[in-house]
Design a binder for this molecule. Structure first.
Ligand code: FAD
Length: 535
């Protein structure tokens, strides 16, 4: 079907906007990843009925559909060659309703187009918050957060967003509207398919052991298969497997979320280390205490942040920093105990630990920490902190050893790198500073990614601890989970979307991760690492 016919057909189908001018379409060919993929068309449907109509049409015409939220993903999940179906930024798919309180908790339904920050502000007004507190609050939507199994610093204590998803509404590959709160809406093929798959997984002892071993690991890699081992009723199982499915199982239109009361008492501790792997070692010791968050920032990260945005008085120059936060009654006592523990361990600290108790001071440090990614994206002098291996995780007990080894890899590749992240969960955002002026960028990206992911997997770690799956990570999925679980993931996909209409290439892919590199990152337009090798 040519572009003009497609546009005409789409305009017939929906009242929402159909993006047809090249410049506007260009915006949908990029997200926050290293990729550029021009879609055939991009649409913003107005309601669930229009989404259903679009899906029917796309399935009949065999044109893939890529759901898109805020487009803040760093793994290329919101890009596709077919129709990009963007959730509207206002109107009927961007509302919140049915707020209720029960005991200490609150519940609210947010439509997929609600921005994360809007939801948090609405909850805060009522004395609650969603602990899956992403740093991309102003640019990501709830539908996208759920689709990527998003989380933030407080995942250490509370887990990722799936822990707060009570139920959801989504549109299937056949255009059915499924509300997990209403069993009558769940298609029989999905209910029976999940039940049969669940029984097979339950009988597979090795796979159950593998899933149990990873139950508490922070990971958004692959489908949420751990949910199959939790004895959940069908409605909750469906909501859990949709969470983290990166638009490959259906289009999420609304989510019922649980929220917690705001913690009024907080205390933070800033520790300045001379050596990065000593900071990693300290993390493990800290975890014996009831901490809410443990963040790490390498010296280089701190230096760049300070240069870009100034820094609170307490944060020292020229040090690798650990930020530890405690909350609730006893928060200050816990920080005092941690302080004693750090003193006893005789780490090479570059300054006395700073204890922060004032809300404003703690908030200022968090604000600085959450600026890390946008600031790093602006590193100048021909170098770019590219999102290539930006979201890995290892068991926290191995953090120090892993950091030492990964620093060795950066040296081998002659690449300076920025290291920061949610150290308490073993989740590191590694940002190599690639020199865009040196030739062979695609090859360098591919080789560094191969080396780092191999190391991560040797430690039993994960390729996607927080930012969800996408084109960047799909080629490594089977290596992380192994043949059997990978096979079950493929079966799950075929229960929901046997014709692969939703977001092909984003969960499963045999293509090199350098496919579709944006032009500024490819030496010759569109060349992958494999093509470079040949030429
Ligand atoms: C500066 C910055 C900071 C970040 N900080 C964090 C952080 O703290 N924690 C974190 O987890 N991530 C973080 N991220 C990554 C990103 O913001 C998250 O993955 C976020 O949840 C994506 O939401 P989005 O609405 O932008 O989704 P998009 O980027 O639009 O899409 C992401 C994926 O979800 C799918 N999707 C989107 N909406 C739907 C829907 N309604 N139904 C089905 N599938 C859908 C898409 O197809 C795609 O595969 C950060 C990114 C940036 C740029």
């Amino acid at each position: 079907m040519n572009r003009a016919t497609l546009m005409a057909k789409l305009k017939e189908l929906i009242r929402g906007s159909v993006v047809d001018d090249e410049e506007a379409l260009q915006r949908f060919s990029r997200d926050q990843s290293i990729y550029e993929i021009p879609p055939l068309a991009a649409v913003r449907p107005q309601d669930e009925e229009e989404i259903a109509r679009l899906i029917h049409f796309a399935r009949d015409a065999q044109i893939p559909i890529t759901p898109r939220g805020g487009g803040s993903g760093t793994a290329g999940g919101a890009l596709g060659e077919g129709i990009v179906l963007a959730l509207p930024r206002g109107g009927s798919l961007s509302r919140m309703h049915d707020f209720s309180e029960q005991g200490r908790e609150a519940f609210v339904t947010a439509q997929a187009g609600v921005f994360h920050r809007t939801l948090q502000a609405a909850l805060r007004e009522r004395g609650y918050y969603l602990p899956a507190d992403v740093s991309s609050a102003g640019i990501s939507q709830i539908g996208g957060n759920v689709a990527t199994k998003a989380s933030g610093p407080h995942a250490l204590r509370h887990g990722a967003i799936h822990r707060f998803v009570e139920g959801l509404v989504f549109i299937t590959d056949r255009g059915e509207r499924v509300d997990t709160g209403d069993p009558a809406t769940v298609p029989v093929r999905i209910r029976d398919g999940l039940s049969a798959l669940g029984e097979r997984i339950a009988r597979d002892r090795r796979v159950c052991e593998q899933l149990n071993a990873r139950r508490f690991m922070k990971t958004a890699s692959g489908y949420n298969m751990v949910a199959f081992t939790e004895g959940l009723p069908a409605d909750r199982l469906i909501a859990q497997v949709l969470t983290g499915s990166v638009g490959t199982l259906g289009v999420v239109t609304a989510v019922r979320l649980r929220a917690l009361p705001l913690e009024l008492e907080k205390c933070a501790l800033l520790l300045s280390f001379e050596n990065l792997s000593e900071a990693g070692d300290a993390v493990c010791a800290l975890l014996d205490h009831p901490v809410a968050a443990v963040e790490i920032m390498s010296r280089e990260t701190v230096r760049i942040l300070k240069a870009a945005s100034g820094t609170p008085r307490a944060m020292l120059p020229d040090a690798h920093v650990l930020l530890v936060e405690t909350e609730g009654p006893g928060a200050t006592d816990t920080v005092a105990q941690i302080n004693d523990l750090i003193g006893a361990r005789r780490y090479r600290l570059l300054a006395q630990p700073s204890v922060l108790t004032a809300d404003a001071e703690i908030a200022a440090v968090w604000e600085l920490r959450k600026q890390a990614l946008p600031v790093l994206n602006r590193v100048a002098s021909g170098r770019r902190a590219l999102a290539v291996i930006n979201d890995v995780g290892v068991p926290p007990a191995d953090l120090a050893a892993f950091i030492a080894e990964v620093e060795g890899l950066f040296e081998k590749h002659q690449t300076e790198a920025i290291v920061y992240g949610h150290a308490g969960n073993g989740n590191l955002h590694l940002r190599p500073l690639f020199d865009l002026r040196r030739p062979g960028l695609a090859r360098r990206i591919q080789q560094l990614a191969d080396d780092v992911y191999t190391l991560v997997l040797r430690y039993g770690g994960t390729i996607a601890a927080e930012h969800g799956m996408g084109r960047l990570k799909a080629p490594y999925l089977k290596r992380e989970w192994g043949e059997a679980l990978y096979g079950y993931m493929r079966e799950l996909k075929s229960i929901f979307d046997p014709e692969d209409i939703f977001n092909p290439g984003v969960m499963f892919s045999n293509r090199p991760l350098t496919d579709h590199l944006a032009p500024e990152f490819s030496d010759a337009r569109g060349h992958t690492a494999a093509q470079e090798e040949e030429s």
